[in-house]
Ligand binder design. Structure first.
Ligand code: FAD
Length: 477
């Protein structure tokens, strides 16, 4: 076995983890007590009123699925209003299906606003634009750029819709930047009575405070006005750091870069730090992108693990120690979006920023102590406080810590071991990611929880936009 061949670059860290994960799924790693994954019955689809088969639905990772008995795809706002007004059953809105929590599943009506797409009203003076709710994040970068504008920040993928992203307070990293919901200036929706309503800071203020993180419970959002910024180029630099050194420097790195995050490798002594900073166009030509041959690396690593499963920590550490510094430069929207071609499930909590490092230290120690079978890197990001009632960042600067496991591995044991650590640090779960909290615990975490419920009751008095999960997290019967 040629160990010299194991060298990783930044991009291959996540991918190599996938290969290792696949290997351990096959029962090849040392501590692998092979999880018994529940075999889900195959969904066959439901028959609608006209006797047609409605195809079943599944989310991105495959952990959520359902067989709606109706799929509603309104072509315009009038049709949308009519469908809601005349609906005899519950409706759940779906965007790109990238949520891991059961926000979307229903065996009644599933509604997509697929026809509500595109941007309009680009206002260069105020740097604002209107986006139809089902527009994908990836779809706006180029058009905004041509108009001299860009989003101020983005999450680590761009395949969600604006409607879905806003519904769950989707965020990127950057201590001076809030979630995507915090960039919303105005929202238009059709509520549970089929009425079209707009809201902003000065108009229907309570609705605005509720609608910017709405988990699909106030109605169908048709469009939003978004605050943008002047267009900008970004330089992304990534480098491996010794774990202790990385944790010690996390806050100063956070403060000295426009965006800073890191990936912590479980069972290892390293973190992968990633910083993004604004650069001038003149720097574009002077840099080259370092791209290594990731696939060769994966193959070599997985072969090593196959042969020497008990050396997991050693192998990951050795591979991590070879990762060199890398840089990418480009238009911000080309740098922000990553391709996630390895499916996984995820839990994420946001905790007060000042406790982020301590919380992560405890998580890493727990993984080691309990010898939890996970190698998927954990993401550690910072998000600015906002004033949105159900935002995990409500009135506190936060640190968002995400734990993942491969889609075909049992995540329950891992997440069950980690979740109480988040609670200890007063964590608030990401609405779109896996957690076990109900309304009882959520209401204690959100000071304006009851205000949200009051607005929801007015917007959806017939409880149309609900499912079992919504009933549980909001305490509806
Ligand atoms: C690979 C991957 C990477 C991710 N990265 C990040 C990240 O970096 N940061 C982060 O914060 N999150 C991240 N997420 C989570 C994701 O951003 C959220 O779950 C987001 O809500 C998904 O958007 P969607 O368009 O897929 O919406 P869906 O998952 O389809 O729906 C989410 C919610 O929005 C509601 N909804 C959708 N459209 C409308 C509408 N028009 N009106 C009213 N309600 C609506 C739905 O009812 C549901 O409650 C990631 C998820 C994946 C799978």
């Amino acid at each position: 076995m040629n160990l010299d061949k194991i060298s990783l670059n930044r991009r291959s860290v996540l991918k190599a983890a996938a290969v290792l994960g696949a290997t351990s799924t096959l029962g090849l790693t040392a501590c692998s007590t092979k999880p018994e994954l529940a075999t889900k019955p195959k969904l066959t689809g439901a028959i609608d009123k006209e006797g047609n088969l409605v195809q079943p639905w599944t989310n991105w990772s495959g952990n959520q699925s359902c067989a709606p008995n109706e799929r509603l795809i309104p072509k315009n706002s009038d049709e949308l209003a009519g469908m809601i007004k005349n609906s005899q059953q519950k409706i759940r809105l779906v965007g790109a299906g990238h949520s891991f929590s059961p926000l979307v599943p229903t065996n009644e009506s599933q509604m997509s606003l697929a026809y509500f797409s595109g941007i309009s009203n680009i206002d260069k003076t105020n740097k604002q634009f209107t986006v139809a709710s089902n527009t994908f994040l990836a779809a706006v970068g180029e058009q905004l750029w041509q108009n001299g504008l860009s989003l101020e920040n983005m999450p680590d993928i761009n395949t969600q819709t604006f409607g879905g992203a806003i519904a769950t307070s989707t965020h990127g990293t950057g201590f001076k930047y809030g979630s995507m919901s915090d960039t919303v200036k105005e929202i238009t929706l059709v509520n549970g009575l089929g009425e079209q309503i707009s809201c902003s800071q000065d108009n229907n203020t309570d609705l605005f405070n509720a609608a910017r993180t709405n988990i699909g419970t106030l109605g169908a959002v048709t469009s939003m006005k978004i605050q943008a910024q002047d267009k900008y180029y970004l330089k992304e630099t990534s480098w491996m750091m010794d774990l202790q050194e990385g944790l010690d420097q996390a806050e100063s790195l956070r403060d000295s870069h426009r965006h800073f995050e890191f990936y912590a490798l479980p069972h290892a002594d390293y973190i992968l730090a990633i910083a993004l900073d604004k650069v001038d166009e003149s720097e574009l030509l002077s840099e080259t992108v370092n791209s290594g041959d990731a696939y060769e690396t994966f193959k070599t690593m997985s072969k090593v693990i196959d042969t020497l499963p008990f050396l997991r920590s050693f192998i990951i550490n050795m591979a991590a120690s070879t990762v060199g510094k890398e840089q990418r430069i480009g238009r911000n929207y080309q740098i922000f979006g990553n391709v996630r071609d390895i499916r996984f499930n995820e839990m994420e909590y946001s905790i007060p920023a000042e406790h982020g490092v301590a919380c992560l230290r405890e998580i890493l120690a727990t993984i080691k102590k309990q010898n939890i079978d996970v190698i998927f890197p954990m993401e550690f990001r910072y998000v600015k406080a906002d004033n949105i009632w159900l935002s995990p960042f409500y009135q506190r600067d936060s640190c968002a810590i995400s734990c993942h496991n491969f889609h075909d591995k049992d995540y329950q044991k891992y997440f069950a071991a980690i979740e109480p650590i988040f609670w200890k640090y007063d964590g608030r779960p990401h609405w779109g990611k896996i957690h076990t909290l109900t309304a009882k615990e959520q209401s204690a975490r959100y000071p304006m929880f009851n205000e949200f419920l009051k607005v929801r009751q007015v917007m959806d008095p017939k409880n149309i936009f609900t499912n079992e999960h919504i009933n549980s997290v909001l305490g509806l019967s």
